[in-house]
Design a protein around this ligand. Structure first.
Ligand code: SF4
Length: 443
């Protein structure tokens, strides 16, 4: 009988990708995914601490697991992600004695080595160690539908060295490390062999890909190499930083047909003093000019941004400057978060968290309301247009996929379109999704 594993993941796409990697390594050992924390032989808890609420959710779940260990002492609990951090954390072992393994972000090997030692007899009985060695290096997609086999993520830069004053990521994921080009190309080829049609290349500042390797290797070069992989249909990349979006990257997006015109580039605030306190190293006008430059290269692109509201000292006037930027630039997406002081960060150590929680929530609601109106208007422009949709799965009886600009589209049809690029005529477009009909030429 196969042993089973379960994954609990919170946080960003990097964490989702890390969990997929853990699943991949466990599948190589003969484990199979099961949708139950209670039943699984191994439970991986992949955590996010970017905000206090995310950290509280993770620790709440870890405590919830504790009685399961009493019921089954052989169960293995592995804690991963930003709660652990790159340096490990002895205090965590004391606080949560029911956790067996601590894994830094993006590194499944502590768990794999633990299992190889602990389950030696079981693995030998199934000749699995040999199989594991044979497949080492290949990314095997977990055999579970939660891992979308059509579109997936591939980390290309780990960590971040930028040190924005509010951000805990450099402390938890370590300094910036780019993966070698060959390793990434090998991995994407392996994914394509397993049916993947779209990859999103991930980095905290993805445009800085290669800066720590040599002067010769940059994101634009990598995009070209990944673009050459037969069978791959689409490429995306995120997250960009305003100071590193070069003309070479924009040129690659404009001229490589598989690279989607979809840019995620956070502004964080529209006020120059707040941007300075955040240590972002650009002004609101620099950002406006950048968005105009992106739109010159990519007139039909989807551009997403992030905003933090209630940063220490943010006045109503300063918040209004963020609103002014959003109103004038009309972005396709705005991810908004309330400021949350994180341990060790410069802002937490030196700036009082002085915007009341109620006021932060009000500002968050204002941004969300404005953004909903903006995106509703943008999406209305899709009605009557025919778009290319990469179909990912069936959801509640409808096919679900995304346009090249990352808009979510649903359509009904009895044919099997999973994994196909389909032309869909948009009949209705709301702020969060669209509905359409397959063009008759596709049937
Ligand atoms: S660029 Fe700034 S916000 Fe983004 S991960 Fe690095 S330190 Fe954090």
């Amino acid at each position: 009988m196969n042993k089973t594993y379960n994954l609990w993941t919170s946080g960003c796409q990097m964490n989702i990708s890390d969990s997929q990697r853990v699943g991949s390594e466990l599948e190589k050992l003969g484990y199979r995914y099961i949708d139950s924390h209670r039943e699984a032989d191994v439970v991986v808890i992949n955590t996010c601490v970017v905000r206090q609420s995310a950290e509280d959710r993770a620790t709440g779940f870890i405590w919830w697991l504790k009685p399961l260990k009493k019921d089954n002492p052989h169960k293995i609990f592995a804690l991963m992600g930003c709660l652990v951090g790159v340096k490990g954390n002895d205090q965590l072992k004391k606080t949560f004695p029911h956790i067996d393994v601590l894994m830094p972000p993006s590194n499944p090997m502590p768990l794999i080595n633990y299992i190889l030692n602990k389950e030696e007899a079981w693995l030998a009985s199934k000749s699995i160690e040999k199989r594991y060695a044979l497949q080492d290096g290949d990314l095997i997609l977990p055999l579970h539908e939660q891992y979308n086999l059509i579109a997936t993520h591939v980390p290309i830069v780990y960590g971040c060295s930028y040190m924005c004053s509010y951000c805990v990521i450099p402390y938890r994921r370590g300094i910036e490390r780019s993966r070698p080009v060959d390793e990434i190309v090998f991995e994407v080829r392996s994914l394509v062999k397993q049916g993947v049609k779209e990859v999103t290349l991930l980095g905290q500042i993805v445009d800085r890909y290669g800066y720590d390797i040599s002067d010769e290797v940059r994101l634009a070069d990598l995009l070209q190499k990944v673009h050459d992989i037969d069978g791959l249909e689409r490429i995306r990349f995120l997250t960009s930083h305003p100071n590193y979006m070069t003309d070479a990257i924009l040129h690659a997006v404009a001229y490589l047909p598989k690279v989607c015109q979809h840019i995620e580039i956070p502004i964080q605030s529209g006020d120059d003093e707040i941007l300075k306190q955040m240590r972002r190293n650009y002004t609101a006008d620099d950002y406006r000019r950048l968005i105009h430059r992106i739109r010159e290269y990519l007139p039909n692109s989807n551009i997403a941004t992030d905003v933090i509201v209630g940063f220490p000292g943010e006045t109503v006037e300063q918040f209004q400057r963020t609103i002014d930027v959003l109103e004038s630039l009309k972005m396709d997406v705005c991810h908004v978060a309330m400021y949350s002081p994180r341990p060790n960060t410069v802002s937490a150590k030196t700036m009082p968290d002085d915007v009341p929680a109620k006021e932060k929530k009000r500002r968050l609601d204002v941004v969300n309301q404005l953004q909903q109106e903006i995106v509703a208007e943008i999406n209305k422009g899709y009605e009557g247009q025919t778009v290319e949709v990469l179909v990912e799965e069936k959801h509640n009886g409808k096919w679900k996929g995304r346009t090249r600009t990352n808009k979510l589209v649903f359509f009904e049809d009895e044919h099997d379109f999973k994994g196909q690029l389909v032309k869909v005529r948009i009949e209705w477009a709301g702020p969060w999704s669209m509905r359409g009909l397959v063009c008759p030429s596709e049937l």
